[in-house]
Design a protein around this ligand. Structure first.
Ligand SMILES: [Mg+2]
Length: 371
């Protein structure tokens, strides 16, 4: 059996938990700080009840409810909370996976009282974090995820062989994982309406008897084989004094470092910059950031910030290097909509370069290094 544990309105609930003034009020979390010029990335249940939902332009949300409370997203806080919840859930002693930042899959095998366990989990999460979760119970991950949505918020639902047809027939197709967008629309155009229709027509979708999720912990061996850092450096043919061209070289190295991180499905929190100056020796700087990244542009921007800490006066640079460390596995997709778009873009670019050769497509800035 799988328990799918899904936090209710996660980001909004966290903000309401840390700031009691926001409790019980319609609240949106914005991807960016400008409250009229951002996208809703989460809405409290009070806001959802008014028809406000994530993905909506914030100004539309304010049209619906001028008194809407607004908080800019604080990703580090959400990730920290998520990690704490993961730890709490680990304490139950079953194999555990991240499904997303606010969803966890627990393989409870043949544990005899899944419903009681689900309630216990909800209580502990509430006692520790003052936020609520819904739990779905079923024989495999897609069904358990669907079950978690049935009685939201604070719900527990079981899908078993006895109620499978009934529950799936009542659930609109768009409730199934991955069916909210175009795929769902295509299937609806073909006459499929409910999750039961999916079950009958796409046998693999809900049908797997075996749990398809991977629940193995990374082995000690795997962790020890994970690199501690990733680094690229370059010695220039001639020392360079033009900060724009130096920046372009940092971009090149950041692109290489980011690509390697992504290939290994890792993210980094610490960025190091090394600059060698023929007249002054080495400049070394590093900084650890709250948000891990494997976006080359982010690594580049962080490296530039480090370079800004160089003693004034522009020195000539002979060699340079970009290193990242504090590497972690990437467990889930980025939290914010804009970041997901960006990740899709980066993945597309990586795909093109993997297929047509390393530098088929690259940032225009890099041209400055090719004279
Ligand atoms: Mg959720």
């Amino acid at each position: 059996m799988i328990l799918h544990i899904d936090m209710d309105a996660f980001f909004a609930s966290i903000e309401q938990a840390v700031n009691p003034r926001l409790k019980g009020k319609p609240l949106i979390i914005g991807s960016r700080a400008g409250k009229m010029r951002t996208v809703v990335c989460a809405a409290s249940y009070e806001a959802k009840a008014l028809g406000i939902h994530s993905g909506m332009q914030s100004r539309y949300a304010f049209n619906i409810c001028p008194n809407l409370e607004f908080v800019a997203a604080d990703q580090a806080k959400y990730i920290w909370t998520s990690e704490q919840i993961f730890r709490l859930l680990e304490g139950f002693g079953f194999a555990l996976n991240y499904a997303s930042v606010d969803e966890f899959q627990m393989d409870i095998r043949d544990y005899p009282e899944p419903f009681k366990l689900a309630r216990e989990i909800q209580e502990q999460i509430y006692a520790n974090f003052n936020i609520t979760a819904s739990v779905g119970i079923a024989k495999n991950c897609p069904l358990a995820k669907l079950a978690s949505k049935i009685n939201k918020p604070k719900g527990v639902a079981i899908i078993n062989d006895a109620n499978l047809k009934e529950v799936l027939s009542l659930a609109p197709l768009t409730k199934a994982c991955g069916m909210a967008g175009k795929t769902g629309q295509t299937l609806m155009a073909q006459g499929l309406k409910t999750c039961w229709d999916i079950y009958l027509n796409l046998p693999g979708f809900f049908g797997a008897d075996e749990n398809p999720g991977k629940f193995e912990e990374p082995s000690e061996d795997e962790i020890s084989r994970r690199p501690k850092s990733i680094s690229h450096s370059y010695t220039l043919p001639n020392a360079l004094g033009n900060p724009i061209v130096i920046g372009a070289w940092i971009r090149v190295l950041s692109e290489m470092v980011g690509e390697r991180l992504r290939r290994k499905n890792l993210t980094a929190r610490t960025v190091h910059l090394w600059l060698n100056m023929p007249d002054k020796g080495d400049f070394l700087a590093q900084k650890t950031f709250a948000m891990p990244t494997n976006d080359s542009y982010e690594i580049y921007r962080k490296s530039l910030k480090l370079m800004a800490g160089m003693p004034k006066k522009c020195h000539k640079i002979r060699a340079l290097g970009v290193t990242v460390s504090y590497l972690e596995c990437q467990d889930y997709l980025p939290l914010l909509i804009e970041e997901r778009r960006r990740e899709a873009l980066i993945r597309a670019v990586d795909g093109i370069n993997a297929r047509f050769g390393d530098s088929s497509i690259f940032p225009a800035q890099v041209i400055l290094t090719r004279k």
